[in-house]
Design a protein around this ligand. Structure first.
Ligand SMILES: NC(=O)c1ccc[n+]([C@@H]2O[C@H](COP(=O)([O-])OP(=O)(O)OC[C@H]3O[C@@H](n4cnc5c(N)ncnc54)[C@H](OP(=O)(O)O)[C@@H]3O)[C@@H](O)[C@H]2O)c1
Length: 248
């Protein structure tokens, strides 16, 4: 099994790469600016006896997408995890003041970029009559998040893309799902004060926030042969606190 994981140089992507490698899968991760961090992930996998490679891919620069997939070689599974976070922080800029350029950039990278990425792996998956695609989305986007409208809008577009693709590609043995992450402990959550994290955790069913490893386990299931027929689904982990967390 060969898996391509975008944004594998940190956070959930890196944890997913390590988790896949533990199952015996060969992984190719992509990085944008973190070549050194990506090399560290590859080294760790190799030290544990696995097989891994890293390639450069920038969702903002569409000319990098097909060459990155070609360099990776045919894949059995794609994890579309990379994200252009954007420049708008939660509760920072009123909706009416978000510049057009920010909308364009968010959709260009996170929607069109991921569509081109899926296109680049699909032909080979169809030929082999097997494929797994997992888009990584956000519970905050799904529930509605004040502030980064372009980020949330782009994430929700992935839900539509996944459903459309699930119907289109299902007859060729390709299953397509969305892993909907709640607030997950990665570098991104680091600036959030601990009391706020604790309060959000208290509003989740399991009373704890997921780690990147927790998300990785979900993604590996959805994106492997162990997933026999789950498709077109938006699967939330227990870190999703629901609407109430955005008021904090
Ligand atoms: N952490 C959370 O609380 C949370 C919650 C909900 C959803 N998510 C979703 O989970 C996924 C991973 O999040 P994370 O917390 O692991 O984030 P992260 O640690 O910031 O990792 C983001 C990854 O995306 C890559 N990347 C950034 N801009 C890119 C671009 N323009 N083109 C290609 N790759 C790019 C980064 O590469 P370089 O570092 O090499 O530049 C990095 O590998 C994202 O889709 C995010 O929306 C996260």
């Amino acid at each position: 099994m060969h898996v391509l994981i975008t944004g594998g140089s940190s956070g959930i992507g890196a944890a997913t790469a390590l988790a896949y490698a533990k199952t015996g899968a060969r992984v190719t991760i992509t990085y944008k600016s973190g070549a050194d961090r990506a090399a560290e992930v590859v080294k760790r996998i190799e030290e544990e006896g696995g097989e891994a490679a890293a390639v450069h891919l920038d969702l903002e620069d569409h000319t990098t997408i097909a060459p990155a997939v070609a360099e990776a070689g045919p894949v059995d599974a794609l994890v579309a995890n990379a994200v252009r976070w954007g420049t708008i922080m939660p509760n920072s800029v009123p909706f009416e003041d978000v510049p057009a350029a920010e909308w364009t950039a968010a959709l260009h990278a996170n929607v069109v970029g991921n569509a081109l990425l899926a296109q680049a792996v699909l032909r080979e998956m169809r030929r082999r009559k097997f494929g797994r695609i997992v888009f990584v989305s956000s519970g905050a986007a799904e529930e509605g998040m004040p502030g980064p409208g372009p980020y949330g809008t782009a994430k929700m577009a992935l839900h539509g893309m996944a459903r459309a693709l699930a119907w289109e590609a299902g007859r060729d043995g390709i299953l397509v799902n969305v892993a909907v992450a709640g607030l997950t402990i990665t570098g991104v959550s680091r600036p959030i004060p601990q009391p706020v994290l604790d309060e959000i955790a208290a509003r989740t069913p399991s009373r704890r926030l997921s780690t990147a490893d927790d998300l990785a386990a979900l993604i590996v299931f959805l994106g492997s042969a162990a997933n026999r027929n789950v498709t077109g689904e938006f699967v939330r982990d227990g870190s999703n606190a629901g609407r109430s967390s955005h008021a904090l």
